[in-house]
Design a protein around this ligand. Structure first.
Ligand code: GLY
Length: 573
């Protein structure tokens, strides 16, 4: 064992010497290194269960599906059965990247004006905290589809750790205990939520106390015994519909029976020789990451430097234009036509960058969506997985807000999403993330609401180089962008790239949001250029893996758990 460790260290040091940029633990934040398989996620019990799957010979998809179900138990703020998400899979055999879309859908009875009150104003409570806020859940069908198409283990096997964690319980993590206390008001609307997240006497769980979820365990067992039919046709469907009918909700048995996840072509771009694959609509993430990379490729941001005023100015000008286009053009491509080719075309990016003034901020009020067609996609969680076979998975899934709508399906033990708020409830009225939209993202029956979730896999020479993604609502897209830039342009190792202070601009409001870490003189220089800046809480949680390929055809997996989530972990072997 010691010999193995020694060999590993020698190998690692000699490799590190050849490429000091990526691994230099002496004077940099250092990533976790491993050779076989790696899981980077925001919760450790689930991550360890997922790693076991890899160790037993399962592939990255087996591990991702196991992790998805386990986090529904151990990280219920975002891990879910009652929500949806997106998974990108790199299949080593075919060397292809596919996207699995298991985003929620609007129920059949949804309509464009469903969140407007009698004055025609958006009723924000209705779209966020009632049974009407829930889209038809996609997670169970999506994870099952991933397993069926790309996995090697059975659904039953993938559900075992989740069943065990729900049945036997686990010590309540400190962040979950705190988050439950913060969400108390949200749980007031749901006796079933209070019964799970609070003790029978109404007091809170303390960190470290055993937390069991009996109803959720029953639901998971039913899934293991009967498969997805239990959720979309059988007993769990009945429980969801009973919950809806008792509370003026509109999800019906037909909505559940009709739900289908989709396998989609991911958005593909190329940035300085790297092939970037990210999520296609109904996510806006991939489209705008590629669009912004195309704009940034016109500038030498390596030379202007990481988080210098000039680099932030250029990035911000790109972000504003991308988000202006998002509000106009992006929606579910099963319903609306989105000029994807134009938006991701390098010539369109060139046209947009010609509008940049390198000395002065363009006011957002003077920016409108461009004309891409002439050139012819907070609480969420992201995890990245790489297996010994060379497969990779980037998965981001969510209930939308922390604990979604706060409403639990009585008897079934899982929370409902409040994803309907990601639709544009009224043109030009911002949603919870301050995002505005128009008809492309208007509510329609069966339509998927626009997302920003951006699971991303970057390839170099056709092999996975970077696996990343993030939670954070509208800030997901810019968080993922900055991890890519930090690695490719700023020569950071993956832990530095993940840790580095982030900025965000989304066109409207016309402000640069900034994490702690920008120097006062940088801020002053940006103000002189006409930017408005606002300090922000941390943005995103980009649990990432970077893969180094050595000259002798070996791989070193570099994992970085985002320190913005204290319980995030790299589990590897
Ligand atoms: N619910 C956040 C998103 O999908 O973008």
């Amino acid at each position: 064992m010691r010999l193995l460790y020694l060999l590993f260290i020698i190998n690692w040091i000699s490799f590190a010497h050849a490429t000091p940029i990526l691994v230099d633990p002496q004077d940099r934040f250092s990533p976790t290194l491993a050779k076989q398989g790696m899981v980077v996620a925001s919760e450790s019990f689930a991550a360890q269960a997922s790693l076991e799957v890899l160790k037993q010979g399962g592939n990255a998809v087996d591990a991702a599906v196991t992790l998805g179900f386990a986090m529904a138990v151990t990280a219920p703020r975002a891990g879910n059965l009652g929500g949806g998400g997106f998974m990108l899979v790199y299949d080593a055999e075919t060397q292809k990247v596919v996207a699995i879309d298991y985003r929620e859908k609007a129920p059949a009875l949804a309509h464009k004006d469903m969140y407007l009150d009698q004055n025609g104003d958006v009723d924000a409570v209705r779209s966020k905290f009632t049974h009407l806020a829930a889209g038809v859940p996609g997670t169970v069908a999506g994870l099952a589809l991933a397993l069926e198409k790309y996995g090697t283990i059975s659904l039953q096997q993938a559900l075992q750790p989740a069943i065990q964690l729900a049945t036997d319980g686990f010590p309540m993590p400190a962040t979950l205990a705190n988050a439950i206390q913060d969400a108390t008001e949200r749980f007031q609307r749901s006796a079933a939520s209070r019964a799970i997240f609070m003790k029978p006497d109404g007091s809170f769980y303390q960190a470290g106390e055993l937390f069991k979820q009996a109803d959720l365990a029953k639901t998971l067992r039913l899934l293991a015994e009967q498969g997805t039919d239990a959720f979309y046709h059988g007993k769990i469907a009945d429980q969801i519909v009973a919950e809806m009918q008792a509370n003026q909700g509109i999800i019906s048995k037909t909505d559940l029976a009709n739900y289908q996840p989709q396998i989609r072509q991911p958005i593909q771009g190329n940035y300085r020789g790297y092939d970037v694959f990210s999520m296609s609509p109904p996510s806006s993430g991939g489209v705008h990451i590629v669009q912004m990379l195309n704009m940034l490729e016109q500038f030498d941001i390596k030379q202007t430097g990481h988080n210098s005023a000039q680099t932030i100015h250029i990035m911000t000008e790109a972000m504003k234009r991308a988000y202006a286009d998002r509000s106009q053009y992006l929606g579910d491509t099963d319903f609306v036509s989105v000029p994807l080719q134009g938006l991701t075309h390098k010539d369109y990016a060139k046209q947009l960058t010609q509008q940049f003034d390198l000395q002065k901020a363009t006011l957002s009020q003077n920016i409108r969506e461009g004309q891409p067609a002439v050139y012819e996609s907070p609480e969420t969680t992201h995890y990245s997985i790489v297996d010994k076979h060379g497969n990779a998975v980037a998965n981001t899934y969510t209930l939308n807000f922390s604990f979604g709508s706060g409403i639990t399906v009585s008897g079934a033990g899982f929370l409902l999403n409040n994803e309907m708020d990601d639709f544009s409830a009224k043109p030009n009225v911002p949603n919870a993330y301050g995002l505005i939209g128009g008809t492309a993202n208007a509510i329609e029956p069966h339509k998927r609401m626009l997302s920003s979730m951006s699971p991303t896999i970057v390839l170099k020479d056709n092999k996975p180089f970077l696996v990343t993604g993030s939670p954070g609502g509208s800030r997901i897209i810019t968080a993922v962008l900055q991890v890519i830039l930090n690695v490719i342009d700023h020569d950071m190792n993956i832990q530095e790239a993940v840790n580095a202070a982030r900025i965000h601009h989304q066109w409207l409001p016309d402000k640069i949001f900034m994490e702690n870490g920008l120097s006062p003189d940088t801020v002053d220089l940006l103000k002189q250029k006409g930017h408005r800046l606002e300090a922000s809480r941390t943005m995103g949680a980009t649990n990432s893996i970077l893969i180094q390929h050595t000259d002798d055809n070996k791989r070193i997996l570099n994992g970085a758990a985002d320190p913005r989530r204290p319980e995030a972990i790299v589990a590897s072997y």
